[in-house]
Design a protein around this ligand. Structure first.
Ligand SMILES: [Zn+2]
Length: 277
């Protein structure tokens, strides 16, 4: 996920939401989509919600071209209107345009922030929205809360023409991917790469090189991807998290994550580089 071209983020609307506004409406963690048939999903406009009698707290996201975009937090008991379905965000992959998928993911993070930052964590008073930025503040003690973003690293370690790929217990059967883990307080992202690789598989790395980053709304990660070179150690699994980890020759790779993931882009780009070299 990313900021789509032509999208200008903002936290306060300049006017009431027009009928043609993109309305990313969530009931729980599921987004509302028009479903004219079993195969098709279309993200609704504000008018579609109004016509279906649905309403909820609206949070302005910004403008995509000339159209406003809003995250709508529907009540937990909102009905599912005829011709519409509530679906997980992942169901939108390959069904709706990329830029709308990215904005739906962004919308979910804003709804999640609004739901889970209602009261001050310090003194318990109800928070209010800040006017000059996307944040909430406590009128009593002044504490300010921002939408939570959790930085995480992903790293693909290479040794000659081999890739170090691992399976977490939660992965689909047979699927391997690059290593990943969340940044801890006090660490740089590079510290995190070295620590996680050592903890998860017992290997040391060097030449940590930035590849790309991706916002990932499941629920609020910023995944920052790297390549690195093997520098020593034998594979030793951290059993709680890692089910298996192995060196795979570039020409004999296992089942890999889906193409929309940054993991897959990282693996594909590295395979291309190793095959070319
Ligand atoms: Zn407070």
């Amino acid at each position: 996920m990313y900021t789509p071209p032509g999208f200008v983020p903002a936290h306060a609307p300049s006017a009431a939401l027009a009928g043609d506004a993109h309305a990313f409406a969530f009931r729980g963690d599921q987004v509302l989509a028009l479903a004219p048939d079993a195969e098709t999903l279309i993200l609704p406009r504000h008018d579609d919600l109004a016509a279906a009698g649905l309403s909820g707290n609206a949070h302005f996201l910004g403008m995509l071209g000339t159209r406003a975009c809003a995250a709508i937090d529907l009540p937990d008991d909102a009905p599912e209107p005829a011709g519409m379905r509530y679906v997980g965000l992942r169901a939108l992959f390959f069904k709706v345009p990329d830029e709308l998928l990215a904005l739906a993911a962004r919308a979910f993070q804003i709804v999640d922030f609004e739901r889970n930052h209602r009261f001050c964590g310090h003194c318990g008073v109800r928070l209010r929205a800040r006017s000059r930025e996307r944040a909430k503040e406590c009128p009593s003690c002044g504490l300010v809360a921002y939408p939570r973003i959790s930085p995480a690293m992903m790293v693909l370690v290479t040794r000659g023409r081999e890739l170090l790929l691992a399976r977490a217990h939660r992965f689909a059967p047979g699927m391997f991917s690059a290593l990943a883990g969340f940044v801890e307080p006090g660490e740089t992202i590079e510290d995190c790469v070295r620590r996680e690789v050592h903890e998860e598989v017992g290997v040391d790395v060097t030449d940590i090189t930035y590849f790309a980053s991706q916002s990932w709304a499941f629920p609020h990660s910023l995944m920052i991807a790297f390549t690195a070179t093997y520098a020593g150690g034998e594979i030793r699994l951290e059993d709680e998290e890692i089910a298996d980890a192995r060196w795979f020759p570039v020409d004999a790779l296992p089942k890999l994550p889906m193409s929309v993931s940054i993991a897959r882009r990282l693996i594909d780009a590295t395979v291309m580089r190793l095959r070319g070299g």
